[in-house]
Design a protein around this ligand. Structure first.
Ligand code: GLU
Length: 428
C-alpha cells in the first residue's frame, strides 16, 4: 500500500482551525493567525573547500510577533520544505504563548546536510545566512536558536557575523550559544528536561509511580538524550531507542528489555545522534528495525525525532500497554492519528507544551544576556521546572474542566493569549 504523505503546514492549520471553531475566534484574527506574517526565501552562495561555489536555499518565516520578538530555531536538513518551516513557525508562536514568555514565533531552515560539510563550509553557510537576514533579525526583532542538526557553534558564527554587520555587541540576537560566550547553563539539557518535567507531572495526576514505568524513544539527538537521562534518573526504565544511521541510510531500534544504560548509549553516539551499532551490540543491545520503537510493550512513548511519525499506519502497531505519549519532537502526530489516540484514551502531552523547555531556557538566556549576569545551573533549571510545571497544570486543568483533548486545551490557552495581544495592539 502506498504511504500517505502528510504536509505539516496543513496539519498546523487544521489544528488551529478546529480550536478556532471551538472558541468562536473572530474572523480577522483567524485569518491573521492561520498563516505566517512574513516570509524570507533566499539563496546562500558558499565557497566550498574544493574551490567550487555551491548555492544553498535558506528560509526564515516569522509567524507572529504580537507578544514579543519572533523566536525559533534554524534547522539544517536535506529534506526541509517551506511548508514544514511554516508549520514550525506557527507552533513556535503557540509554544511561547502556552508557557507565557514574552516572545512570538518564527522558524528558519537551510536545505543542506551538515554531515557532509566541513567545519569551514558550515561556518561560511552560517555567515551567509545572516548576511541575507541581518536587516530582519536582531534582539528586538527575531531571535534564532539551534534546531535539528544546528548547534551552539553555528549560533556563535551567526552572532559574530551579525555583530560585524551591526558594529556592536548584541548577545540577545541569538540563543543556544556556548556557555561562556553568552550561553546559559542548562540550555543544552533544557528541551529534554522540559519533556520529563511534563511527564513527571502527568504521572502525578494519573497516579502512576514513575519508578514502575517503562518507555520507548524515537531519536537520540539532544532532546531525546537529555529526556532519557532525566527520566532514568527519576527511576524510569527505557527499553528502546531508535535513531537514523546516515552512513547505512536506515533507522534502527536499539533494545534491551532489562533497560538501556543511557550514559553508555550516549557515549557511543555521534554529534547527530547516530548510535554506533557494533558497540551497541557489544553493550548487549538487540538491533531491530527502525520502526520497532513504536511497537514496544511500554507505558510511555516519546517521539523525539521529526514530524509525521505517529500516523494511523504506525499507530496500528502501538501496544495496548501504552498510557502516555510525550511529544518531544514538533508535529510528530498527524490529525488522523490524534483521533485514534483519543479513542484509545491515551494521555497526550502535546508538542508545543511538551518541548517548550528549550525556548523557555532561550528566554532565560536572553534575560541573562541583557543583565550581563549569569545564573548558576541549579537556578536556571529550577526556574525552568517552575515554568513548565505551571504551564502543564494550566493545560491539564483546562482539559479536565472542559473535557478537552490535551492538544486542544493547549491551543485554547495559546490562541487566546496571542489573540488578546493582537487585539490590544489594535491590529484587528
Ligand atoms: N528549536 C527549539 C524549538 O523548536 C528552540 C527554539 C528557541 O530556543 O528559540 O523549540
Amino acid at each position: 500500500m502506498a504511504q500517505k504523505s502528510y504536509n505539516s503546514y496543513l496539519t498546523a492549520q487544521k489544528q488551529f482551525d478546529d480550536v478556532a471553531d471551538k472558541i468562536g475566534l473572530n474572523q480577522s484574527i483567524r485569518e491573521l493567525l492561520r498563516q505566517p506574517s512574513r516570509e524570507f526565501h533566499f539563496t546562500i552562495p558558499v565557497k566550498m573547500d574544493d574551490g567550487t561555489t555551491k548555492v544553498f536555499n535558506g528560509y526564515r518565516i516569522q509567524h507572529n510577533d504580537a507578544r514579543g520578538p519572533a523566536k525559533g530555531g534554524i534547522r539544517f536538513h536535506p529534506q526541509e520544505t517551506v511548508d514544514t518551516i511554516r508549520a514550525l513557525s506557527m507552533w513556535m508562536t503557540w509554544k511561547c504563548a502556552v508557557v507565557d514568555i514574552p516572545l512570538g514565533g518564527a522558524k528558519g531552515g537551510i536545505i543542506c546536510d551538515p554531515r557532509n560539510l566541513s567545519a569551514g563550509e558550515q561556518e561560511r553557510l552560517c555567515r551567509g545566512y545572516v548576511r541575507q537576514m541581518a536587516k530582519n533579525m536582531g534582539p528586538t526583532v527575531d531571535v534564532p536558536a539551534p534546531d535539528v542538526m544546528s548547534n551552539g557553534q553555528h549560533m556563535l558564527w551567526m552572532l559574530d557575523e551579525y555583530e560585524i554587520i551591526s558594529q556592536g555587541h548584541y548577545p540577545g540576537m541569538i540563543t543556544g550559544k556556548p556557555v561562556g560566550m553568552g550561553g546559559s547553563l542548562g540550555r543544552t539539557e533544557a528541551t529534554g528536561y522540559g519533556v520529563i518535567y511534563n511527564l513527571r507531572e502527568a504521572l502525578k495526576v494519573l497516579n502512576i509511580d514513575i519508578a514502575k514505568t517503562t518507555a520507548s524513544l524515537q531519536g537520540f539527538g539532544n532532546v531525546a538524550e537529555h529526556a532519557a537521562r532525566l527520566y532514568t534518573s527519576l527511576g524510569g526504565k527505557i527499553i528502546a531507542v531508535s535513531c537514523w544511521d546516515n552512513q547505512d541510510k536506515v533507522s534502527r531500534t536499539f533494545r534491551n528489555v532489562n533497560g538501556l544504560d543511557i550514559d553508555k548509549l550516549a557515549s557511543i553516539k555521534d554529534s547527530f545522534g547516530t548510535i554506533d551499532k557494533e558497540k551497541a551490540i557489544q553493550m548487549g543491545c538487540e538491533l531491530l528495525d527502525g520502526d520497532e520503537w513504536i511497537a514496544q510493550d511500554v507505558d510511555i512513548l516519546l517521539p523525539c525525532a521529526l514530524e509525521n511519525q505517529l500516523t494511523p499506519a504506525t499507530f496500528a502497531k502501538v501496544s495496548k500497554q501504552v498510557k502516555i505519549i510525550c511529544e518531544g519532537a514538533n508535529g510528530p502526530t498527524t490529525p488522523d492519528c490524534d483521533e485514534l489516540i483519543k479513542e484509545r484514551n491515551i494521555y497526550l502531552i502535546p508538542d508545543f507544551l511538551c518541548n517548550a523547555g528549550g525556548v523557555t531556557c532561550s528566554y532565560f538566556e536572553q534575560v541573562q544576556c541583557n543583565m550581563n549576569y549569569f545564573w548558576p545551573k541549579e537556578e536556571v533549571l529550577e526556574k525552568l521546572d517552575q515554568k513548565m510545571t505551571s504551564a502543564f497544570h494550566a493545560v491539564h486543568n483546562l482539559a479536565c474542566e472542559k473535557g478537552l483533548y490535551m492538544r486542544d486545551a493547549a491551543y485554547v490557552i495559546a490562541i487566546n493569549r496571542v489573540a488578546e495581544a493582537v487585539k490590544l495592539r489594535g491590529w484587528v
